[in-house]
Design a protein around this ligand. Structure first.
Ligand SMILES: Nc1ccn([C@@H]2O[C@H](COP(=O)(O)OP(=O)(O)OP(=O)(O)O)[C@@H](O)[C@H]2O)c(=O)n1
Ligand SMILES: C[C@](O)(CO)[C@H](O)COP(=O)(O)O
Length: 231
């Protein structure tokens, strides 16, 4: 099923501490941003990419899109203060509210096209679906560095992106969040507030978000493993 994808790429990468947009850091000589964009560029089901960027990065990003032959970027939109604002700006550039729109972090370069297609099919049926993996660690709530509660692990999922929705549902969710001045950490949290059901599609543990320096080591290992497997 065809889809459009909004890729938020306008963050500051504070936790990475690279002194620049972390998406410009290279993995095996290719910028993280390009690793991610290549997946969607190569997918025939992807009708277009809407890229939310920081104005300071515009020239460098445009040069990279040209250098690496990324032709599916239909819109470059200005990112906002929060990730949610960047996604909202991207949503306003979506060509059809009747279709399926994905939101995928540019900082997650290891998404597999098979997972994308499973997710899009689920969103086409249910109106909304997200990729997640079962939590492996024990999760506890704390107060003042004291354990307050151990959360039952069997029902916990570590949520990733892409997250896929009928575009009209996602726009309704963002409009409601704006009215309520609600800021969520993912799109699903906004859609849940409408309320609208959101399905979970089990993804891969290596679909990591490159957030802190340690993640770069994991990323190099994931790339090496995939090269050895001929992926
Ligand atoms: N205002 C923002 C914040 C984040 N993002 C994007 O959303 C994705 C996930 O965000 P995160 O990993 O938190 O990136 P940063 O916000 O850059 O990281 P930090 O919080 O460490 O500054 C990234 O691709 C980032 O570029 C965005 O487009 N606009
Ligand atoms: C959307 C997300 O990747 C789901 O896990 C995550 O919430 C993004 O968090 P961030 O702090 O904006 O990177």
């Amino acid at each position: 099923m065809p889809y459009q994808v909004i890729i938020p790429a306008a963050g500051q990468g504070k936790r990475m501490g690279a002194g620049k947009n972390k998406l410009l850091l290279k993995l095996e000589a290719t910028p993280i941003l390009i690793h991610t964009l290549k997946v969607f560029e190569a997918d025939p089901e992807c009708l277009g990419i809407i890229l939310a960027i920081h104005p300071d990065d515009e020239q460098e990003f445009k040069s990279l899109l040209n250098e690496y032959g990324i032709h599916k970027v239909s819109s470059l939109v200005t990112g906002g203060k929060e990730r949610q604002d960047s996604v909202y700006n991207g949503l306003l550039a979506v060509s059809s509210l009747d279709g399926i729109v994905l939101v995928h972090d540019a900082a997650r370069p290891f998404i597999k096209v098979e997972t994308i297609h499973k997710l899009v099919d689920a969103a086409g049926k249910d109106g909304g679906a997200i990729v997640a993996v079962p939590v492996k660690d024990t999760i506890k709530k704390a107060a003042n560095n004291q354990v307050a509660e151990t959360v039952e692990r069997s029902s916990l999922w570590s949520v990733q992106t892409p997250q896929a929705f009928r575009a009209s549902i996602l726009l309704e969710a963002h409009n409601k969040a704006a009215r309520d001045q609600f800021i969520g950490t993912d799109e699903s949290s906004l859609v849940e507030r409408i309320p609208h059901p959101v399905s979970i599609i089990e993804g891969d543990y290596d679909n990591i978000k490159l957030t802190t320096p340690e993640d770069l080591y994991f990323a190099e290992a994931i790339l090496r493993k995939r090269k050895e497997s001929g992926l």
